[in-house]
Design a protein around this ligand. Structure first.
Ligand SMILES: [Zn+2]
Ligand SMILES: [Zn+2]
Length: 390
C-alpha cells in the first residue's frame, strides 16, 4: 500500500453519465445531437443577413434609420436567448451514488416485502402531498432515484431533468427548470423578429414596385423573395409555439404535464402548482428565482482508472429533493436484487420468475451504446416531449 499512486484530477463533467456533450471545459452543456440546432442557427443568421444586406440600406434611406437599428437589437436578443437556452444545464439531476442506490433498493424491498414468484412487484411509487394534492413520485431505473415532483427522464439526454418541459431538438437541449424562461423569451423574440422582417420585406417590395414595377422588383431582389418565403413558413410554427407556451405559463403547467394530462382527464387531480391567478403564475415562471445547477460539473474529482466511479460523478450533494438521505454504506449487504430495468409500464414488465439473475432484457434497458432514439420525433415541426417513463 505504500506504493506511489499516481492519480489524476479530472473535471466532474468528464465523468458524468448520460448523453450530454460538453465544451469550454464544462461551461457549455448540450445534447449530443446538435444537427437541428445548427439548422436553427443557420436559418436565423441567414435570414437576418439577407435582411441587413438587401432591405436595410433601402429602408434606412427611404423610411427611417431606426428600422435596421431595432432589427439588430432584436436579432442580438434572439441569439442571446438561444445560446442561453442551448448551452446551459436545464436542471439535470445527478444520479444516485452506488451507496444511495443500494439504500433505496433496500428501502423498497423492505416496503414491498417478499413478492411471491410469478407475481409482479408493485410499482415503485411514493406519494407526497403538495398543496393538499397527492402527487406521485416515480422511481427512475436509470438514475436510481425517486424523481422529485415534475421531473422526468429525457431519453435523448438520458438524464432526469427537474421541471422537465420537453426535449427541444431546435435548441439542441432539454428545456427544464433552469432554462425554461430563456426558451420562452427565445420563442417570443423570434416571433417578433420573424413578423418584423416579414412586414418590412413586404413594405420594401411595395415601395420599390411603385418606381420599378412589381416583377422588376422581384427580379432585382431575390434575397427578399427568399426571406419572405422563410418567414412565412416559420411564422406559423414559431408564433403557434409561443402562443402554446404562453397558455402553459398562465396555468403554471409544463408541456410534459399537458401531453400526459397530469392535471386533467382520468386523474382529476388539480394542478397543485397553479396559483389560480394568471398574473401570479406568469410571475413565478418568468420572474421566479434562478436555480443553481446541482451538477457541479466543473468541480474536480480523482480520476478512477477503472471507471468504477463513473456513475458517482455527480455532486456529492446529489439528489436534491428526490432520493432519500444518504446513509452509511451497507457493505455487508449483497448487491440488491435489481428488478430488470422497467422503463416500460407495469403491465409490460416480465414476471419476476423470469429471472432476476439473467442478463437484463435487451428490450427494456438500452445499453450504453444504444443508438439515438430521436429519429422519428426530430422530424416533427415543433418540439416534442421525450419521456422515457411515459
Ligand atoms: Zn432518470
Ligand atoms: Zn434532453
Amino acid at each position: 500500500m505504500s506504493a506511489v499512486m499516481i492519480t489524476r484530477k479530472v473535471r466532474k463533467w468528464e465523468k458524468l453519465p448520460g448523453k450530454n456533450s460538453f465544451c469550454c471545459d464544462g461551461r457549455v452543456m448540450m445534447a449530443r445531437q446538435k444537427g437541428v440546432f445548427y439548422l436553427t442557427l443557420f436559418l436565423i443568421v441567414g435570414t437576418c443577413s439577407l435582411f441587413f444586406a438587401f432591405e436595410c440600406p433601402y429602408l434606412a434611406l427611404h423610411l427611417s434609420p431606426a428600422i435596421p437599428v431595432f432589427a439588430i437589437v432584436l436579432f442580438l436578443f434572439v441569439i442571446a436567448m438561444l445560446f442561453r437556452t442551448s448551452f446551459s444545464d436545464p436542471g439535470v439531476l445527478p444520479r444516485a451514488l452506488p451507496e444511495e442506490a443500494t439504500f433505496i433498493e433496500m428501502e423498497i424491498e423492505a416496503a414491498n416485502g417478499n413478492v411471491p414468484a410469478g407475481q409482479r412487484p408493485p410499482p415503485r411509487i411514493r406519494n407526497v402531498q403538495i398543496n393538499s394534492q397527492i402527487v406521485k413520485l416515480k422511481y427512475c431505473y436509470t438514475c436510481k432515484i425517486f424523481r422529485p415532483p415534475r421531473a422526468s427522464h429525457c431519453s435523448i439526454c438520458d438524464n432526469c431533468v427537474e421541471r422537465f418541459d420537453h426535449h427541444c431538438p431546435w435548441v439542441g437541449n432539454c428545456v427544464g427548470k433552469r432554462n425554461y424562461r430563456y426558451f420562452y423569451m427565445f420563442t417570443l423574440s423570434l416571433s417578433l423578429l420573424t413578423i418584423y422582417i416579414f412586414t418590412f420585406d413586404i413594405i420594401h417590395v411595395a415601395m420599390r414596385s411603385v418606381d420599378y414595377g412589381f416583377l422588376n422588383t422581384l427580379k432585382e431582389t431575390p434575397g427578399t423573395v427568399l426571406e419572405v418565403l422563410v418567414c412565412f413558413f416559420t411564422l406559423w410554427s414559431v408564433v403557434g409555439l409561443t402562443g402554446f407556451h404562453t397558455y402553459l405559463i398562465s396555468l403554471n403547467q409544463t408541456t410534459n404535464e399537458d401531453i400526459k394530462g397530469s392535471w386533467s382527464g382520468k386523474n382529476r387531480v388539480q394542478n397543485p402548482y397553479s396559483h389560480k391567478n394568471i398574473f401570479k403564475n406568469c410571475c413565478e415562471v418568468l420572474c421566479g428565482p434562478a436555480y443553481p445547477s446541482v451538477l457541479d460539473r466543473r468541480g474536480l474529482m480523482q480520476d478512477d482508472p477503472a471507471g468504477a466511479a463513473a456513475s458517482s460523478s455527480a455532486s456529492s450533494s446529489s439528489s436534491s429533493a428526490s432520493s432519500a438521505s444518504v446513509t452509511e454504506p451497507q457493505t455487508t449487504k449483497p448487491k440488491a436484487p435489481l428488478i430488470p430495468n422497467e422503463h416500460t409500464p407495469e403491465d409490460a414488465k416480465p414476471s419476476i420468475a423470469e429471472s432476476p439473475e439473467k442478463s437484463p432484457s435487451p428490450k427494456e434497458e438500452p445499453p450504453e451504446n444504444f443508438p439515438p432514439l430521436a429519429s422519428p420525433e426530430t422530424d416533427a415541426e415543433t418540439c416534442i416531449v421525450k419521456d422515457k417513463n411515459h
